[in-house]
Design a protein around this ligand. Sequence first.
Ligand code: ADE
Ligand code: ZN
Length: 322
Amino acid sequence: MSAHVKKAELHCHLEGAVPPALAQAQARKYGVDASGFLCDGAYVWRDFTSFLAAYDAVADLFRTEHDYALLTETYLEELAAAGAVYSELFVSPDHGEAVGLGADGYIAGIGRGIELAKARTGIECRMVVVGLRHRGPERVEWAARYAANCRNPLVTGFNMAGDERMGRLADYARAFDIARAAGLGITVHAGELCGASSVRDALDHIRPSRIGHGVRAIEDPNLVARLAGEGVVLEVCPGSNVALGVFPDFAAHPLRRLHAAGVKVTLNSDDPPFFQTSLQREYAIASEAMGFTEAELDGMTRTAIEAAFVDEATRTALLARL
Ligand code: ADE
Ligand code: ZN
């Protein structure tokens, strides 16, 4: 999809956006054998569990503020070249802690990359801190408290990613209350690996303005109507869904049906090189495999800006760029 179609992305995991060539260079730099998760310039995984393991192995190759600044700047400049004016990056302070960099150094490095990319290309970006569900409610609350207290103006939202099949969503509600009380925007992964009931649980227990994926709401027409009625925005990632086997192909993907039912939808790449995609490709899939017109694609970009976790002056400026 050509760069003249303006784009915005609300759902991309930073460590999931590492170009394989950069991962290879980082592995050489730190003397790491990457053959277990990187082969012939592509990431190797079989299912969601091994995908998460490969994701963590790639994250382990970024160990300093400079490493994170380089990764962030690299991704955002590529996104800007594809016509994106806005990006929200999912960042996990847990990964900064895991490599000994610490959450503050991790966020500082990413913030530096955001500033560099903005200076070079004009792309606007914010960070959404994610807690990792498979690490349990207490660890997710730790991430929420970190996001609530870090006082970095580029950190504007809170999300929970990781293995949706683990734990009950209600047990994580307190983390979201901490983030909400601090004024952060709220979004949560649901309706990807688990069915419609996970989306209903998200609405009932977390009360997010957006849902990451949410596409399996299509299994329950009443829930689809509820999403449309409440104006909850879905961060839809078709390439990721097909790569992970959530739907067998793009013809079976429910984006078109959700859009037709009046649900607010946006296009996103999730973990682009892991799923052989990019934001540009997601727009191309929507156009070529799903038949969305350019006006409809523009509408999804507008929806993303309207749902972005930014101050109103920035939102107005972004809308003016469309
Ligand atoms: N972390 C990275 N990508 C993810 C996905 N698609 N679902 C849940 N957690 C993730
Ligand atoms: Zn995701």
